[in-house]
Ligand binder design. Structure first.
Ligand code: SAH
Length: 401
């Protein structure tokens, strides 16, 4: 089979299947491939050509995944080597320069496909960078990517959290641990001037949900004097934000005892905050919402930030029932004039469907309510226009009449 001058193995597409790539979408599904120069090692760099042999993209091959290749570059003259990763990482890091200062020392530095680095996520917590590699190509270039992150940021430690289940789809084993430098005894960082400790080794995702930064700021600005319920509070992000904004009380509920313990520790770390206004409660959200209602509890502000109920569209129906349920009970618990900040981080539920679900919940709760604001992921989580799959976080600010 023919090879291009730089001698990468070639994946030839079926007729017409280059269309999405020409629109800069970075994935090649197995069904689009006509022939491949085999055998191919997972993670190897390949040239994708159209049925008539024209160059389309240079990509990483993944033998196990339905997403058989992920694009590194659409430029036929651009080699994929350590210098390539140096440039892409530097571009991503530079784009975040204005998003970090003394009040904000946490930031997503690399956001996968939307930063031209499929399968690569890097979150910065002050001097520690947490790296998550979830594709065969990212895995193949692990050393170059880690070195580029350390060099461009000067961070003291790069810690790997490549333990997401999606790695299994790529045929990759799970791996965690220090890649470069030494992990500090405590990883601390600041968001909006508040101090947090992150458990980078065992916490969820890379340890903190940086994507909610702007939305926590929004809640902080709305919280004054409000009795608040923070459901799915994890390590206290929205709790501390609401309290800093003058909330009268915050009931913080999560099913994870570890998360609650760290939340309480984070609150204590910020001595200027009135810790006696917060209660941490370990409970299942679905049961607790009903229990609160049974006891006649009422709130002026409710935050609902549940885990991903629908990773893909295939789970959308069951997820819709779960979203409807929690939103229905949250709306019942709101006093007139109360605010609900409700989120979904499910890729399988888009913004339009989420709004329909919340509308259904309001109807069944017998609540008259309107949308007074909309939320998305913070600016350090860009979504490439060519990659709508990257737009996973959506939220609504609802006011009950
Ligand atoms: N709002 C948080 C992030 C929430 S992540 C922040 O700003 O940091 C989702 C949280 O939901 C996790 O902490 C997880 O432990 C919790 N969770 C998952 N299922 C739950 C359930 N059924 N009831 C209560 N909490 C649950």
């Amino acid at each position: 089979m023919s090879r291009l001058a730089d001698a990468h193995p070639v994946l030839r597409l079926k007729p017409g299947r280059e269309k999405s790539l020409r629109q800069r979408h970075p994935w090649v599904f197995s069904g689009a491939i006509a022939t491949a120069d085999l055998p191919l090692e997972s993670g190897a760099t390949v040239d994708i050509v159209s049925a008539d042999g024209a160059f389309v993209a240079r990509a990483a091959y993944s033998a196990a995944s339905q997403i058989r290749a992920r694009v590194w570059t659409f430029d036929p003259r651009e080699p994929v080597d350590a210098a390539f990763f140096g440039r892409r990482v530097a571009r991503a890091v530079e784009a975040r320069a204005a998003m970090q200062d003394a009040r904000h020392t946490g930031c997503r530095l690399v956001n996968g496909e939307s930063d031209g680095l499929p399968g690569v996520v890097a979150d910065r917590y002050a001097e520690t960078i947490v790296l998550q590699l979830s594709s065969a190509g990212a895995e193949h270039w692990r050393d170059a990517i880690a070195a580029a992150l350390a060099a461009t940021t000067g961070a003291a430690c790069v810690y790997e959290r490549s333990d997401t289940d999606v790695r299994k789809l790529e045929g990759l084993a799970l791996r965690t641990g220090v890649v470069q430098g030494t992990l500090p005894a405590e990883v601390l960082f600041a968001e909006d001037g508040l101090a947090y400790r992150v458990d980078v080794a065992a916490g969820q995702k890379t340890g903190f949900f940086l994507d909610q930064r702007a939305n926590r700021a929004a809640v902080r600005a709305l919280a004054a004097g409000r009795e608040t319920l923070n459901m799915f509070c994890y390590t206290g992000g929205f709790t501390l934000a609401a309290l800093a904004g003058g909330a009268a009380r915050v009931l913080s509920v999560d099913s994870s005892a570890d998360a609650l313990a760290l939340g309480s520790e984070n609150l204590a770390r910020n001595r200027e905050l009135p810790a006696d206004r917060v209660e941490w409660r370990e409970a299942d959200a679905f049961a607790e919402l009903r229990k609160l209602r049974d006891r006649g509890a009422a709130f002026d502000l409710v935050v609902l930030d549940p885990p991903k109920f629908a990773p893909t569209a295939a789970h959308a129906e069951r997820a819709a029932r779960a979203y409807k349920d929690i939103n229905l009970w949250a709306l019942k618990l709101l006093r007139p004039g109360g605010l609900l900040a409700t989120f979904s981080c499910s890729g399988g539920v888009d913004a339009a469907l989420f709004r329909k679900i919340v509308a259904g919940a309001a109807l069944d709760a017998g609540a008259e309510a309107s949308v007074v604001g909309q939320f998305g992921a913070s600016a350090d989580h860009p979504v490439a226009l060519a990659f709508p799959e990257g737009d996973y976080l959506k939220g609504l600010l609802i006011r009950k009449a």
